[in-house]
Design a protein around this ligand. Structure first.
Ligand SMILES: [Zn+2]
Length: 530
């Protein structure tokens, strides 16, 4: 039997401390549901004592049903020299009404004498009494030993004493925090190993990524005997962030043989990551291990050739294990086999030598010559292939569009756009204002199309890049790359023109067509017609 590791996510608490992350109550509930669905065991949902937004959130949580996860309120031990039942924060924690509670306390003598300025004895009492009181009130308590490793290096007997009183108070987990993120993996391993022999309560680990070692330190702690791992699903958090829970889960489960999630849940990891990034308005890096868009993307011709023969030649795991997918990047180097691979998704009988392959290759070369670059924009290539194979009927056509720029520019209304679309003979005309011409055009186009295709409401533009292509003597062209998401998938489209608006429109149209095509394929699959 594989040993179970308890997963503890802090996206809504430590994660929300990250620069430029800000959650509404609705966002928090959406993230909570995503984490619950993913199979996380504990979700730290905020600090009810610290701000009114969290109090409102906990109030609303009473009606939210969790399928698997236990909700956990976070707060500090009682203040020094007052009764635990009189402490305002402790009262707020009880009122939050969660089954689990995480309480942090000071472990480092430096923080006790110089920062909170109390005595070492009083600190021990604060920890033990707070935990006991919460346990008596029916809570399951995780004790977060703040600055544990720094404290251990300063005075290891006192750091151990802190854990012992927390154990005596009745904590269910003693979690060692590398709060400043400066500890090294072998130190984490040795310390956890030695503590394991001196304590009976399961140990947990909470790492920050200031040295780029958050994941490594968490894995070392588990290897040495820790059984609860805390992290933030996508690793964002204060300063350099928290240990990335998605990476930790993947490594523990796929490489170290632990049981973090039921096997069938593992393939939801990528989808959960995209969803959380989307709600958090966080631009997830393509290079995110395991779940990033580029995590299994291949470009060099020789690599691609090898991967197509045997994927394990350049992949450390099968991408589908974590719900990700292999991507073969388009480029002149990539060559024919890449294209054939994509073409075979539509017609498995096509080969490198097929006449259709030559036609598609010529079309790509022609477009590359015009300034297109398909690397990373394989959704545009997929559409192109369908068009060349006559396997494509456009979902809409644009009959007309107009853009009006205005000065002086007021907020969000630098321009307005009018678009007329045609869907199966029916026309729809719509106008919108936007922050600049492309934004206005995007809005007007969607408004018109949503009449026919309500699912387009799910699509959001996440990135927009413009490059000027230096063509020497000829007029300079621009290449526009648009990255879109529907909360489930991220895709990129490309458009080229001497006119930036036109280049943007080509990419926008492709982006919306791709979404419609994907949804249609999904429906056909559901009814087993594909
Ligand atoms: Zn932390």
């Amino acid at each position: 039997m594989k040993e179970k590791i308890i997963l503890f996510d802090s996206t809504l608490r430590d994660g929300s401390q990250a620069e430029s992350i800000s959650y509404s109550v609705g966002d928090k509930i959406a993230i909570l549901k995503a984490l619950d669905k993913c199979g996380i065991d504990y979700i730290e949902s905020g600090n009810p004592g610290s701000n009114p937004k969290d109090i409102e959130f906990f109030e609303q949580l009473k009606d939210v049903e969790m399928k698997h996860a236990k909700l956990c309120a976070f707060g500090s031990t009682r203040k020094s020299n007052i009764g635990v039942e009189d402490d305002r924060n402790i009262k707020a924690i009880l009122k939050a009404n969660t089954p689990a509670v995480a309480i942090f306390g000071k472990t480092s003598v430096f923080h006790i004498t110089d920062i909170i300025r109390t005595t070492l004895d009083e600190n021990l009492k604060m920890i033990e009494e707070t935990i006991r009181y919460l346990v008596e009130n029916g809570k399951e308590v995780t004790f977060d030993a703040e600055h544990f490793f720094d404290g251990y290096f300063l005075d290891k007997d006192y750091a151990l004493e802190v854990l012992k009183v927390a154990e005596k108070g009745g904590a269910s987990y003693l979690t060692l925090c590398d709060t400043n993120g400066g500890t090294l993996p072998f130190d984490v391993y040795n310390i956890v190993k030695s503590l394991k022999k001196q304590l009976n309560t399961p140990l947990g680990i909470h790492c920050h990524d200031d040295s780029g070692l958050g994941v490594a330190n968490s894995l070392m702690a588990v290897d040495a005997g820790a059984r609860q791992v805390q992290g933030v699903f996508l690793g964002f958090g204060e300063r350099c962030g928290n240990a990335n829970l998605a990476s930790i889960i993947s490594n523990l489960q796929l490489k170290m043989g632990y049981d973090c999630l039921p096997e069938e849940y593992m393939k939801n990891l990528t989808g959960t990551a995209i969803k959380i990034a989307e709600i958090s308005n966080y631009n997830m890096s393509g290079r995110e291990p395991f779940v990033g868009k580029s995590a299994f993307a291949h470009k060099g011709g020789m690599h691609i050739d090898a991967v197509l023969k045997a994927p394990e030649s350049f992949e450390h795991i099968k991408p589908e294990l974590v719900g990700n997918e292999r991507r073969i990047l388009m480029s002149e180097v990539a060559g024919r086999s890449t294209i054939v691979n994509l073409m075979q998704e539509i017609n498995p009988n096509l080969t490198k030598k097929s006449e259709e392959t030559t036609r598609v290759m010529n079309r790509i070369k022609d477009l590359e010559h015009q300034g297109y670059q398909f690397e990373g924009a394989e959704s545009s290539v997929r559409l192109l292939i369908r068009k060349e194979l006559n396997k494509y009927k456009p979902f809409f056509t644009i009959e007309d569009y107009k853009i009006i720029g205005s000065q002086p520019k007021t907020e969000n209304t630098g321009a307005s756009a009018m678009v007329k679309v045609n869907v199966d003979g029916a026309s729809e005309i719509n106008a919108a204002e936007g922050d600049g011409p492309v934004n206005a055009l995007d809005k007007a186009l969607r408004k018109a199309l949503e009449v026919f295709y309500p699912k387009l409401k799910e699509v959001r533009l996440v990135d927009f890049k413009v490059r000027v292509i230096d063509k020497g003597a000829t007029a300079s062209k621009v290449r526009v790359l648009i990255e879109s998401t529907d909360g489930k998938e991220i895709w990129t489209n490309v458009g080229v023109s001497t006119d930036i608006i036109e280049a943007s429109l080509i990419a926008l149209v492709d982006s919306l067509e791709f979404k419609l095509l994907r949804d249609m394929e999904e429906t056909l699959k559901t009814y087993k017609l594909l």
